[in-house]
Design a protein around this ligand. Sequence first.
Ligand SMILES: Nc1ncnc2c1ncn2[C@@H]1O[C@H](COP(=O)(O)OP(=O)(O)OP(=O)(O)O)[C@@H](O)[C@H]1O
Length: 232
Amino acid sequence: MIEIRSVRAGILKIPSCTIHPGICAIAGPNGAGKTTFLKLLSGILPAKSGSVSIDGKEPSACTIGWVGEYPDRNILFPRVYDELASSLRFTWQSCESSDLKVRKCAHDLGITHLLDRDIHGLSGGELILVAFAAACIASPDLLILDETDSHLDERFCHHLEEFIRSSGIRYVVFSTHRPEQMAIADEMIRLVRGEVAEHLSLTEESDYAFPDHLSNPWFWRKVQTELSKGGT
Ligand SMILES: Nc1ncnc2c1ncn2[C@@H]1O[C@H](COP(=O)(O)OP(=O)(O)OP(=O)(O)O)[C@@H](O)[C@H]1O
């Protein structure tokens, strides 16, 4: 579990919050504290008081993958292939093993055609996919996606859940403004002015009342289920 206890950090005031293994969506209006919350989980932002632990360890002792809205700021290598292989370079694995991992991940994400491209010529969405692949290849304990979906098309967003679930990454926490994206999560936390206004499971329908069906993650869950069955 990810346990947050009596935390104050930046705008955040969180008495207690537990995130379970799986996919967790962070929702809330602009300035509510979503990115701050993600920084807290990743250890980038230390808590002024209280504690954060991931399976009993401090975030700094865990492998954290972070993909932001503008990943070009964190990309180190000019060629896509080298960026994807970067996290494997110092892990004592053979070049063959590292090459296989890079090519499998690129294949699974549908970005094999980008492997020899220069990072600087990529579109915003392609950059996100490359940063996402590089983060996943490192097998993080926690993968954080901060509003990455704002650059991604519907086809990829739909594919994202399948990829994440087959990746074996224990915790994925992402922020989004899109209810149809929240629908891929197992649980959702809604922040308002730095506080947890709601924290609910999306695997069991509750009596939570979303104002209308288009802002209701369960509505989108049903749409996705129908689409995956080939319905209309
Ligand atoms: N380094 C900082 N120094 C001062 N204030 C900050 C800092 N980082 C964030 N804030 C403030 O904390 C609040 C929450 O910011 P945060 O980026 O976490 O919001 P958010 O929910 O991710 O917003 P958005 O949906 O607009 O991206 C905002 O009012 C922001 O101005």
